[in-house]
Each structure stands twice: as C-alpha cells, then as structure tokens.
Design a protein. Structure first.
Length: 221
C-alpha cells in the first residue's frame, strides 16, 4: 500500500464536492466500506441536501454554499480518521424462485459452466453479497460476492423487456431488476421483494453497505 496516497476532494459546483478514492491502492472493498462509513457520518451532520456514493467515490451537495471550503477540508480529514470496520449495514433475505418461467436462463448458465441447474442455485443462494452502490435504475443494487464459478458474459442480444423482480447474472455480478426494463443479463430467478418505493423514506429499501442473501423458494432439478 502506498502510504503517501490519499483521497482528493474537488469542487464540482457552487454547492457540491466530489471525493475520489479510485486511485488508492487498498483493496477496493475496503475503500468502499470507508465510503459507506463516511456517508453515515455525513448524514449525521445534517449539512447536505444529498449524498451520493458510487464505486470508490462520493458526491455531496451542501445546504450552505458558504461552507464549501470547510467541507472540502473536513471530508479529507474524516477520511483519514474513519475506521471502515465500524460501519454495519442492514441484512436482507431475498426470497427467490429459481428456474422455469421464473428463470429462463438458468439452464443456459448451468450448461456454460458445466454445472447442473441445482448446483447453480446452490452456489448463487449460498453466498452473502455486499451492496456496493445503487445505479442503472432507482433501487438497482450492484453486488459484490458472486462466485467466479458463475461469472457469465452478458447476453449477445439483450432482451427488450425484463420483468420487475428478475434475479440475473451479468459478467461478474448478480442483481435484481427493480422495475420492468430492457436488460442484457441472464435471468435465473425471480423475487417479489420490492426494492424501490417512491413513497417510502428512503425510497430504496436496500442501501449501499447493506448485505443480502438469496433464499431459494423453488429449485429445479
């Protein structure tokens, strides 16, 4: 690890800052845990209109534009002081129906890796996943923890319609479609779990830093 490297905090606009940790040499997941801990600390300050974590970076939007320089320095200081291990997100169990009409690509994923559909289900549902960040759609969770045995290149021809609740694999990631949309990931299952509700606070039930596991409700032999 390069002990001289540190985050940079740049001014984006008259009321926003961008913290960039993408260049650091620490393990990416460790850096991401510090991002989540920093988000929690920023929320407690009540100084921001919005706080937007991404992969190894963070954007914040201030209530008071006169405090821009103060928070530019404070965020860098907080980063150096934060212990990532102090952050603990919520854990979610996602009841999932695998295969059949619920997972039309399960057999394909199994064949690609020389596995049975049952083995794919066991591998997918036995892992504990870390929520890295939200993106693509409101409530769409990007997860860390998919076993390399299930890494599957995205579909050559994306579907024009993927149903809300579809559980899918795309390259080295797995995720859940929070709403109907086009999509190029391989659908292996389906859940009735609601990821996004615009009337709730927060609207995204699952947050960056949370953990989740898929709980099999229906298997395919």
């Amino acid at each position: 690890m390069n002990s001289q490297a540190t985050v940079s905090v740049a001014i984006l606009s008259s009321n926003s800052l961008y913290l960039d940790a993408t260049h650091l040499s620490e393990d990416s997941l460790i850096i991401q845990k510090k991002i989540w801990a920093l988000v929690s600390k920023c929320k407690q300050s009540k100084a921001f209109i919005d706080i937007v974590p991404a992969m190894n970076s963070l954007s914040v939007y201030l209530l008071n534009t006169e405090e821009l320089s103060h928070w530019q320095a404070t965020l860098a200081t907080w980063w150096d002081e934060i212990n990532a291990q102090n952050y603990q997100g919520a854990h979610h169990k996602i009841l999932t129906h695998y295969g059949g009409d619920h997972g039309p690509d399960l057999d394909y994923v199994a064949d690609v890796h020389g596995l049975t559909p049952k083995q794919v289900i066991e591998l997918h549902s036995s892992a504990h996943y870390q929520v890295l960040f939200l993106g693509f759609q409101p409530g769409f969770v990007y997860l860390h923890g998919l076993t390399a045995q299930l890494h599957t290149p995205r579909r050559a021809n994306p579907r024009t319609h993927v149903a809300k609740g579809s559980v899918a694999i795309g390259a080295g990631q797995t995720g859940i479609y929070p709403a109907d949309s086009p999509g190029g990931w391989h659908i292996i299952g389906h859940t009735d779990f609601t990821l996004f509700n615009c009337h709730a606070n927060p609207p995204s039930v699952i947050q960056p830093g949370d953990t989740l596991q898929f709980v099999c409700q229906e298997s395919t032999s």
